[in-house]
Design a protein around this ligand. Structure first.
Ligand code: AMP
Length: 592
């Protein structure tokens, strides 16, 4: 299978769906989508050999939705799934694709949910039913589900339905569907019984298979982390901080939206990061790559298409933040590191339900991918201490040290303490806002990824998905905390300072409000739509702060920032007329 189809528009989908896909950030079709969508739109039956993570849901959902007559409030498509989790997930996917299809209604029905609720929902009329075989059978028997208007039938994860003993139920349902309808069967493997079902119930099906690419680059160290116990963003920053030979990274995500979101979050955490996606014109794209080459950027967050062909020798790491659709994409992605004879590192994040894809990649590339133990808090601390020591050692060789040695002697004498204590105080000062120790707990170790674990039916959730009330992707490492002095942000963002004129503004929140630099960066980036790397120095004081922003701010952004609140306090952004060290602010605390 090739990845040559670049655009959903080439597949024959309607304008309305194309608009939706652009809105939800799908940039280009995955291989299985590129192959299946045209076939299904033409009305053929189809056998798709694909597993979770390949984008198979959209591959059958999008063509199916093109057929739905919203005015007819009867089930026109039935999707059978092995588990209720999958039923819910597929229903959610369909609902998200129906953004621009007013009145569209998809209903998941599964065992364990009350019949009363389901009956009420069924009687209201749904266009698509996504259900587990047993419960669908029940409703057909009770005549509470009527398939007379069925146009499409999908068997999702057919081999799993077989494995779980539902195959007879599936056949029972297939026997009772109207003669004329389209059937699509998706399965990761093709056991004999599934093949038999396909032969019996599908009419001249086209068969689509994801090709397993072989060959990979030997010089690349490949590891994976099974997502659990910690949000991906937190895990990512921990890993990047501790990785030995980190120089620059390309991080792969699936959607355009995710490139931008992750770039903003990494910027807020002090990384020089930028998004690279299909929305960027050629000139902008080249600029990002140039910045990555020159070191103005350390991290680029990209989609597959946008990153194609990037050749930047300093890329020491590729992170598959979202697992790729197939092994071919994996091989392309990791080929962005280990260039020009250097060694490279490929890190793969795998959600529990994507373990099967991990094994497929290992098989196709004929290389084991080793599990990565997430660095502990102690690991991060040790690395920070080592870096700190190295920095101090560097300064020991610098000129003009005598002048400072003299000051240290004076302090020691005046305070009647040893030089070691003075050094400790100075070290603490030097680390203001960049603590050597990180806050928070270490997560419990992940369960081994040996089995092909599926989301189970006992309320266990995929840790990669935030749950209502979760901390979401909020920075967890309080990496600029512990501040007790007025200070300017001491270069937490490793990016070169923004080019062009900057204007200093004052805002009415400061340390006394419990505000940290990252809160200000986050609020301004979000409210004014300014990428955080364009936010200049931030001076944090007790009752107020200063922030440098690019000159020529549009009125709309300025207005938004006037109303913005940080920690519940209106910031009242205005040009700063005073000196940065305003009178009335508390200066260094006196020792008493
Ligand atoms: P699936 O294999 O259907 O479970 O899909 C896996 C994930 O990929 C889901 O989170 C989808 O939203 C996402 N996805 C599917 N197709 C695309 C696409 N063309 N572009 C970006 N993300 C996609």
């Amino acid at each position: 299978m090739s990845t040559s189809v670049e655009s959903f528009a080439d597949l024959g989908l309607s304008e309305s769906l194309l608009k939706t896909l652009a809105e939800i950030g799908y940039e280009s079709p995955s291989p299985i989508q590129a192959e299946c969508i045209p076939i299904l739109l033409e009305g053929h039956d189809l056998i798709g050999m694909a597993q979770t993570g390949t984008g198979k849901t959209a591959a059958f959902a999008l063509p199916l939705m093109e057929q739905i007559d919203v005015k007819l409030t009867k089930p026109q498509a039935l999707i059978l799934t092995p588990t209720r989790e999958l039923a819910i997930q597929v229903a959610e996917a369909l609902q998200s694709y129906a953004k621009n299809l007013p009145g569209f209604h998809v209903l998941p029905i599964y065992g364990g949910q009350s019949y009363t609720i389901q009956l009420k929902q069924l009687s209201r009329g749904a266009h698509v039913i996504v259900g587990t075989p047993g419960r669908v059978m029940d409703h057909l028997e009770r005549k509470t589900l009527n398939l007379d208007n069925l146009k499409t039938m999908v068997l999702d994860e057919a081999d799993e339905m077989l494995r779980m003993g539902f195959i007879d139920d599936v056949e029972w349902i297939l026997e009772r569907t109207p003669e004329k309808h389209q059937t699509a069967l998706f399965s990761a493997t093709m056991p004999e019984q599934i093949r038999r079902v396909a032969q019996k119930y599908l009419v001249e099906p086209r068969e689509i298979k994801i090709k397993a690419a072989t060959a990979t680059v030997a010089a690349i160290r490949q590891v994976y982390w099974q997502v659990s116990g910690m949000h991906k963003l937190d895990a990512l920053t921990r890993i990047l901080e501790v990785e030995e030979d980190f120089d620059a990274a390309i991080i792969f995500v699936r959607t355009k939206t995710a490139t931008v979101e992750l770039a903003d979050k990494l910027n807020a955490r002090g990384y020089a990061a930028a998004a690279l996606n299909g929305d960027l014109n050629q000139q902008m794209r080249e600029r990002v790559i140039e910045q990555l080459k020159s070191g103005a950027l350390d991290i680029v967050i990209a989609t597959d298409v946008a990153a194609r062909g990037i050749d930047v020798p300093r890329v020491s790491h590729v992170v598959n933040y979202d697992i790729p659709y197939d092994t071919e994409a994996y091989v392309h992605r990791i080929g962005r590191t280990g260039r020009a004879g250097r060694t490279g590192n490929a890190i793969l994040f795998v959600a529990p339900r994507e373990i099967r894809m991990l094994r497929t990649i290992e098989r196709a590339t004929r290389q084991p991918i080793a599990p990565l133990t997430l660095p502990s808090r102690a690991d991060v601390t040790n690395k920070r201490v080592a870096d700190f020591k190295a920095k101090v050692a560097e300064v020991l060789n610098a000129e003009g040290l005598d002048f400072f040695a003299n000051i240290v002697s004076q302090i020691a004498e005046e305070q009647n303490i040893g030089a070691e204590e003075v050094a400790a105080a100075l070290a603490m000062m030097a680390q203001q806002g960049k603590p050597l120790q990180i806050a928070g707990e270490d997560p419990a170790p992940a369960r081994p990824a040996s089995g092909e674990r599926r989301p189970n039916s006992f309320g266990e959730r995929d840790q990669s998905k935030p749950r209502f009330g979760d901390r979401g992707d909020k920075p967890r490492f309080d990496d600029r905390s512990g501040d007790s002095r007025p200070r300017f942000e001491d270069k937490p963002r490793r990016a070169a300072p923004p080019a062009g004129d900057m204007v200093r503004y004052r805002i009415d929140v400061g340390r006394d409000h419990g505000v940290q630099v990252k809160d200000i960066v986050g609020a301004i980036a979000n409210e004014a739509g300014i990428e955080s790397r364009f936010i200049g120095r931030i001076g944090l004081y007790d009752e107020s702060s200063t922030v440098e922003l690019p000159a020529g701010m549009p009125a709309e952004a300025a207005n938004a920032l006037k109303r913005t609140r940080v920690r519940g306090v209106p910031i009242n952004l205005r040009p700063d007329e005073g000196r940065p060290d305003m009178a009335g602010e508390r200066k260094f605390k006196k020792r008493t």
